[in-house]
Design a protein around this ligand. Structure first.
Ligand code: KIV
Ligand code: ZN
Length: 515
């Protein structure tokens, strides 16, 4: 890769998943990874294999499914973590191990209870061990943004000598400001004697809303990898948003000394996919991917844009993938057209049976809705994927009654472990009544944390895509459902979330770990 190419490292599947409530199943992670690969992201951090069996399997599945991007697994600077990461990545086309240990005085003293000498020694051992599994090793001094510069130089020089090809400088707590953070990167590159042997990377959190600004300041000062997430998802206030970093570098080529290799037309579809899977919807005024990002409301602006687009637009909506809502299939489309359009979207079926099921759903949808868009197909596949997994509860039938002056009422039939059961309840609306009726059957003891509805495309015949977030004993899951009837979509989403909660999967938290 040429020196002036900025490496885009996406950590939506790892740091992004650390957003409270943004957990993803293995299959969902594979779908997002395939979308990132289509976008030509250079490195995909797929997870933290030592955190749980589920994380291990997800990293393994992503490593097996992705060929073009490098797939990365996170590991604490512990032999057992590194071995796990190496095992999860085995057989992948291009793989990287990313190992980290904290270097700030507060983290070393209070969290690790290790001396600086011990930290350097552990970091070096970790990098050497990781190199036995892959030639591509990244090291991060966690909380670098609050670490002492002399100590950072010492650790980084040692890990580069030990074989780290990428050294990543995280502003773990989002404390830095652009000028200072840029200065830190410049200082490290100037002072570390073997700095030219490694790519300098940055990983900025958004606690002060400066993650993108800090990342870009670092790029201006020699960083050539930026770690970021789709829609800025991530721990607490999130990470630097991939779409903002990429589009800034691309739009301001007059200023930035590097280029990106991203297919930017995949930005909006990928943003939508991540939003739908995690339930973290995108605010309308969010840069690049928000619904209003290219909408001109004021008359003066509209007039200007009609006369010459450049008067008020610095980017073209279609360049970031806003050309969506294109009719792609309809009622008369056949199985082959269906399969090949999905293939173009990067969706493959593992068996003929899976394809047939999805095609049957497509036909049912096409009966209700004339025009089927890419977004409808994505939703259809999300639904098929979620239903296939560990499905103990199935929605068999739903009947609701809503009338002015009357209390809304719902009757639901579910199949629970193969046995049909009925429930009926009233509620403040038909959705509320349906959820209560489902609970009367399942008695899940969960708490509803989020209920959100989004129209997938426009028009009153559009499918509504519903996300339901449920919590039980600290475990949080998201369920999705899509239908042209939003009450049915809501019930499907609720049942989908219940199935996930009935199939527990443990998750640990990398940065909360003890080493
Ligand atoms: O924020 C952070 O420090 C991290 C590291 C594991 C890179 O996510
Ligand atoms: Zn982080």
């Amino acid at each position: 890769m040429s020196e002036d190419r900025l490496i885009v490292f996406d950590t939506t599947l790892r740091d992004g998943e650390q957003s409270p409530g943004a957990s993803m199943t293995r299959d969902e992670k594979v779908r997002i990874a395939k979308a990132l690969e289509r976008m030509r992201v250079d490195v995909i951090e797929a997870g933290f294999p030592a955190a749980s069996e589920g994380d291990f399997e997800s990293v393994q599945a992503v490593a097996q499914s992705v060929q073009e991007s490098t797939v990365c697994g996170l590991a604490r600077a512990l032999d057992s973590d590194i071995i796990k990461a190496g095992e999860a990545l085995r057989g992948g086309e291009r793989t990287r191990i990313h190992t980290f240990i904290a270097t700030s005085p507060i983290h070393m003293e209070k969290k690790l209870r290790m001396t600086p000498d011990q930290v350097v020694e552990r970091a070096v051992e970790a990098v050497k061990l990781a190199r036995r599994f892959t030639d591509d090793v990244e090291f991060s001094p966690e909380d670098a943004g609050r670490s002492e510069p002399d100590f950072l130089c010492r650790v980084l020089e040692a890990v580069i000598d030990a074989g780290a090809g990428t050294v990543n400088i995280p502003d773990t707590v989002g404390y830095n400001v652009p000028e200072q953070f840029g200065g830190l990167i410049r200082m490290l590159r100037e002072r570390i004697p073997n700095a030219d042997k490694a790519v300098f990377s940055v990983h900025c959190h958004n606690d002060l809303g400066l993650a993108v600004a800090n990342s870009l300041a670092a790029v201006m000062n020699g960083a050539r990898q930026v770690e970021c997430t789709i829609n800025g998802l991530g721990e607490r206030a999130g990470n630097a948003a991939l779409e903002e970093v990429v589009m800034t570098v691309r739009t301001r080529q007059d200023i930035f000394p590097c280029t990106v290799g991203i297919d930017t037309t995949q930005i909006v579809p990928t943003s939508r996919l991540v939003a739908s899977i995690t339930g973290f919807t995108v605010q309308p005024n969010k840069a690049i991917v928000g619904a209003n990002a290219f909408a001109h409301e004021s008359g003066i602006h509209q007039d200007g844009v009609l006369k010459s687009r450049e008067t008020y637009e610095i980017m073209r909506a279609e360049d970031v993938g806003w050309s969506a809502n294109r009719m792609v299939l309809g009622k008369h489309s056949g199985r082959n057209a269906f399969r090949s359009r999905l293939r173009e979207l990067g969706i493959e079926f593992s068996s003929e049976e899976e394809l047939n099921e999805a095609f049957a759903r497509f036909k049912a949808l096409a009966d209700k809705k004339h025009e089927i868009f890419d977004e409808d197909l994505q939703a259809l596949v999300t639904e098929a994927g979620t239903e296939a997994e560990n499905e103990r509860v199935k929605l068999v039938a739903l009947k609701v009654c809503s009338e002015t002056g009357e209390i809304p009422d719902a009757r639901v039939t579910l199949s629970v472990d193969g046995v049909e059961r009925q429930g009926r309840a009233q509620g403040s609306g038909v959705v509320d009544a349906s959820f209560k009726a489902i609970e009367r059957i399942v008695h899940s003891g969960t708490e509803l944390q989020l209920y959100s509805v989004n129209n997938i495309t426009s028009g009153t015949d559009a499918q509504g895509e519903v996300t339901v977030r449920l919590e039980k004993g600290g475990r949080i899951v998201n369920g999705q459902g899509a239908d042209t009837d939003i009450v049915i979509a809501s019930a499907k989403a609720y049942v989908n979330a219940l199935n996930k909660i009935l199939a527990p999967e443990e998750r640990a938290h990398p940065q909360a770990a003890d080493v």
